[in-house]
Design a protein around this ligand. Structure first.
Ligand code: SAM
Length: 381
């Protein structure tokens, strides 16, 4: 992920504006020494303005207590693009060293993350000698194979518009990965209901119930009547089950459904009864239902989100957009929890956390970026 600066920055060495003691979080803090004490004080405080820790991510993380953070989301520098004034990772001559350096930081992330916590890692790829290196997956495999993380999702962030690309012998690049890792495969915090899209409601038209997507049951009834693939007993059972399903839609117990009838619909499962319970149901009963979740559907793992416009806007500093962080925060950072970004830059993760009422901690090697984060977050007071 790249980052561009578009604002005049405050004078160097500007003093920290709030004393740590008694910090209630009206202003963001930049702390460049005794990070452990600053964190303890922040952890105990009530405020949700971010705590900003200046320094190298690996060194700062080492000073934070184990199992103290609920959620980590970050977008580290790309490998091989020299764009940050304060150095840091991404400048290694060999991509293998970059993978090693980044993985060492992820190892510390694992230590400070609670066992119920989540780690969301946004990574972009790089070409070298015309070859795409596959950096995101090299890092992901290092984390799963050598650090014991469980990878729950690989989200494709579709940026919808690509950067400048003059190549004439390959496609334009428009996506990055956002990996969701957890420390334990089961029992990690996940509020799926917080990210469901609200289901549309069924309607009653001329006395008949019609689901939000227009299912009235008329077509299924007709298919059942005409079916030669069902026995009379199966047909009767299917009619009764369909009537019950329509009643459930009408009462709001089911938000919507599809019916799959033997010999009629294209099945949505494997045909092998060994691997699919649905194939078995179709064989034994002649039909089955696909029910939509009454609280709405879960998002899928391709997200269309336009990067922040770094060219025109005055107040936004990085292409990594606030919207990219919203869903991870809502699903995997409990209210009252602490979010952390070890490559905080201009603080997008922290802004998203602040907007959603979560506490947050940002680490960056560049004080200049932290000052911009500070300004940006203080605007939210
Ligand atoms: C892609 S930018 C992050 C952008 C950020 N998401 C935002 O909202 O602005 C990567 C950041 O990592 C920082 N960085 C690079 N190496 C670092 C290190 N070893 N420790 C801490 N920060 C580092 C850079 O200074 C830069 O601000």
């Amino acid at each position: 992920m790249s980052l561009e600066l578009h604002q005049a920055t405050p004078s160097e060495g500007s003093p920290n504006r709030a004393a740590l003691a008694g910090h209630v979080g009206v202003e963001s803090l930049i702390v460049s020494a005794d990070h452990a004490a600053a964190f303890r004080s922040y952890q105990q405080g009530l405020g949700i303005q971010p705590l900003l820790l200046a320094g190298d991510a690996l060194e700062v993380l080492k000073r934070l207590p184990a199992e103290s953070i609920d959620f980590v989301m970050t977008s580290p520098p790309y490998w091989g693009k020299r764009e940050y004034e304060a150095g840091g990772i991404g400048l290694e001559a060999d991509y293998r060293d970059f993978v090693k350096d980044l993985s060492a930081i992820c190892f510390e992330v694992k230590r400070i993350l609670k066992s119920t916590g989540s780690f969301w890692l946004n990574l972009g790829d790089t070409y070298s000698n015309k070859g795409l290196i596959g950096i995101p997956w090299r890092v992901a495999f290092e984390l799963t194979d050598n650090q014991g993380w469980t990878l729950r999702n690989s989200v494709i962030w579709n940026k919808l518009k690509g950067g400048m690309d003059n190549s004439k012998d390959r496609l334009g690049n428009v996506h990055e990965n956002v990996f969701h890792f957890v420390k334990q495969a089961k029992g990690y915090y996940y509020d799926a209901d917080a990210i469901r899209s609200k289901p549309r409601e069924a309607k009653i038209v001329n006395g008949s119930v019609i689901s939000a997507t227009g299912v009235s049951g008329v077509r299924y009834k007709r298919q059942l009547e005409l079916s030669t693939a069902l026995s009379d007993a199966e047909r009767k059972a299917a009619f009764n089950a369909l009537a019950k399903m329509l009643a459930d839609v009408s009462s709001g117990n089911v938000s919507d459904f599809r019916m799959v009838i033997r010999g009629q619909q294209r099945a949505t499962h494997s045909d092998s009864e060994k691997v699919s319970g649905r194939a078995k149901e179709l064989r034994d009963k002649g039909f089955y239902f696909l029910k939509y979740h009454p609280k709405g559907s879960k998002p899928f793992d391709v997200w269309d989100i336009i990067p922040e416009d770094t060219q025109r806007r005055e107040t936004h500093f990085a292409p990594y957009p606030v919207d990219l962080c919203r869903l991870p925060l809502m699903a995997t950072c409990p209210v009252g929890g602490i979010a952390l970004d070890p490559f905080c830059g201009t603080g997008t993760t922290l802004v998203a956390a602040r907007n959603l009422g979560r506490k947050s901690v940002g680490i960056d090697i560049s004080c200049r970026y932290l000052e911009l984060t500070q300004e940006r977050c203080d605007l939210l007071i």
